[in-house]
Design a protein around this ligand. Structure first.
Ligand code: DGL
Length: 274
């Protein structure tokens, strides 16, 4: 039996991770949960983020996911242990996955305020590269503007300039997109950065780690080479949100290349932090 891959995020951001899964493993069934009723996560307290993670993961487990991909850095930074305890299945996180791939000692992290102040990226990268200098910058303006579809807004550009300034001044040569919404900003960020700076999307390293797990359950890992990526009409993902299904379908359309069928769900969980 093939493995159902569960992914969750506060909103649209996790779609950047889902797209990688769909491209590499087009025959795999996914369940995507966007917790849009509670977006953004990144300005919430540690306790809130942990309690939300327990509830979301409990719900995903009830839907029969066989592997959980945390498509949200904020939950990953503050609640990986909560997700691992609640999932009952393997949990893949973005932060550890990408840390091992970093090949620079001058690294910048753009992330939500909660992720940046947790120090999770610095710890994970320095565990692999003790000499690495890791500068973490919280970017509170990004997620609300991205969720509102304001990718061309002057205030987005202005905010990006402000967040990048300390990283450019520190001379970083690698910047990790430490929030899954941020790959949607790559054109903007690239236009503001020296050409020598490399942007790293943690989803790439994370999604590769799915391969062996999928192979254990029906050999789906090699399918990307054998089958072309599915068109949107052949999307094997079930999309669920805690807020408006219609609003999410509309907002997700440009990122998925088609309008997904989205279901509004109530998590109704009694889950508690273990
Ligand atoms: N996309 C999520 C992350 O990677 C959450 C952003 C938010 O809701 O603030 O952190």
């Amino acid at each position: 039996m093939s493995l159902l891959v569960g992914l969750f995020d506060s909103g649209l951001g996790g779609l950047t991770v889902l797209r990688q899964v769909q491209t590499l493993y087009p025959q795999v069934d996914c369940l995507y949960l966007g917790d849009t009723a509670r977006v953004p996560y990144g300005q919430r307290s540690r306790e809130e983020i942990r309690s939300i993670a327990a509830e979301v993961v409990h719900w995903l487990r009830g839907q029969g996911v066989g592997v959980l991909l945390m498509a949200c850095n904020t939950s990953n930074a503050l609640a990986l242990d909560v997700a691992q305890a609640a999932a009952g299945v393997p949990v893949l996180g973005l932060i550890d996955s990408v840390a091992a791939d970093i090949s620079s000692d001058r690294v910048g992290i753009l992330a939500t305020p909660a992720t940046a102040s947790s120090g999770a990226y610095r710890r994970a990268i320095q565990a692999c590269r003790p000499a690495a200098q890791v500068l973490e910058v919280g970017c509170p303006a990004f997620v609300p503007l991205i969720e509102a579809g304001k990718l061309e807004a002057p205030e987005l550009r202005q905010a990006a300039q402000g967040y990048l300034a300390p990283l450019i001044a520190a001379g970083v040569d690698t910047i990790v997109l430490g929030c899954t919404h941020y790959p949607l900003l790559v054109p903007l960020l690239t236009s503001l950065l020296p050409a020598t700076v490399r942007l790293v999307d943690p989803a790439v390293a994370t999604v590769l780690r799915l391969g062996p797990l999928l192979a254990e359950h029906g050999g789906a890992a090699g399918l990307a080479a054998a089958a072309p990526p599915l068109p949107p009409s052949g999307d094997r993902t079930r999309y669920c949100v805690t807020g408006s299904a219609q609003a999410f379908a509309l907002a997700a359309t440009p990122w998925l290349g088609g309008t997904p069928a989205v279901q509004s769900v109530c998590l109704q969980s009694q889950a508690r932090i273990p």
